[in-house]
Design a protein around this ligand. Structure first.
Ligand code: GRG
Length: 300
């Protein structure tokens, strides 16, 4: 769909995201016991793709937000939430995972108690990161608070936490297609949607464009999850860098419900929906189109 060199784009953006994340943890050093700050570093800086901040920054630029580097600070709020969610998701009381991003999980290195505290500290830190990041970009107070609210709402019971709850309650039984879609719209989709919406809010776009970004975000959120289910069913823990698999955990997935072929067809349909959303909203952004394709073509 585009001639953009996405690999180079992701590497360049990834470096800028990492610098903002390092600055964010440095800012927490004065507030947290060193053991807790070390656990935050482990969870936040251990080689994730940085997809959510990259989506935010890309949407911001596509919406005329300018090309400066300041936007990475606000975008880092999304990764603080994402990283805490993975740290807590891996805990023995949830998925009890030993491996994440090809490395030992945070609690296996830093302990369960410290990881719980580190994750808890990252939630309000994310809200402040979005608020202060928006102010530093020159957004007015209403917009800055809205930016923080976008992140917090997506992370909350109506979004990611609620989706995780449905996920845990669904283990060991077969969910209906509607239940599975609702679970993933909240657990994974809400934060991915918030990522592009935050970019639009920071850039000060008009409501119709924001709706288009939201539609795009919902579509890539679903595409991301279907692709995740396909990868989980077809790749080894070594390739994916994480364990245990959905099958071991007794989770319903798009593959267990519909089979591989139908899951692939549905992933292609929702990526087409994402492209359509951008076109309908008049958002001319080759990188957002390329990111939608990447979400289903990635290998981990
Ligand atoms: C207390 C019920 C309760 C919830 C706490 C733990 C939690 C909140 C939420 C878990 C949410 C979760 C694990 C969502 C899955 C998101 C997902 C698909 C992660 C993989 O994303 P990538 O591929 O990861 O972007 P990298 O490693 O690249 O950052």
């Amino acid at each position: 769909m585009s001639t953009l060199d996405l690999k180079a784009y992701l590497e360049k953006e990834g470096r800028a995201v990492r610098a903002a994340l390092e600055a964010a943890v440095d800012g927490l050093d004065a507030l947290l016991p060193p053991r807790v700050a070390d656990a935050v570093r482990h969870g936040l800086l251990s080689g994730g793709k940085g997809l959510r901040p990259v989506l935010c920054v890309t949407a911001y630029r596509a919406c005329g937000g300018g090309s400066g580097d300041r936007v990475y600070d606000a975008a880092a709020a999304l990764e603080l939430i994402h990283a805490y969610s993975l740290m807590h998701d891996d805990l023995p009381s949830m998925d009890d995972a030993a491996l994440r991003r090809g490395r030992p999980t945070t609690h296996t290195v830093h302990g369960e108690d410290v990881t719980m505290r580190a994750g808890a500290a990252m939630i309000p830190a994310a809200a402040l990161q979005a608020l202060r990041g928006a102010r530093a970009l020159g957004c007015d107070e209403v917009t800055s608070r809205r930016a923080a609210a976008v992140v917090v709402e997506a992370a909350g019971a109506g979004g990611m936490v609620g989706g995780q709850w449905l996920d845990l309650m669904g283990e060991g039984r077969s969910l209906t297609a509607e239940e599975l879609a609702d679970l993933h719209r909240r657990k994974t989709g809400a934060l991915l949607t918030a990522s592009v919406v935050l970019g639009g809010v920071l850039a000060g776009v008009e409501p119709p464009v924001l709706s288009g970004l939201e539609r795009y975000g919902r579509a890539i959120g679903l595409a991301f999850q279907i692709a995740d289910d396909i990868l989980d069913a077809t790749q080894s823990a070594g390739t994916l860098g994480k364990n245990p698999s959905d099958a071991v955990l007794g989770k319903s997935t798009y593959v267990s419900l519909f089979g591989l072929d139908e899951a692939r067809r549905r992933a292609a349909d929702v990526v087409a929906e994402a492209h359509g959303a951008l076109q309908d909203a008049g958002v001319d952004a080759p990188a957002l189109h390329a990111l939608a394709d990447y979400i289903v073509e990635r290998d981990h």
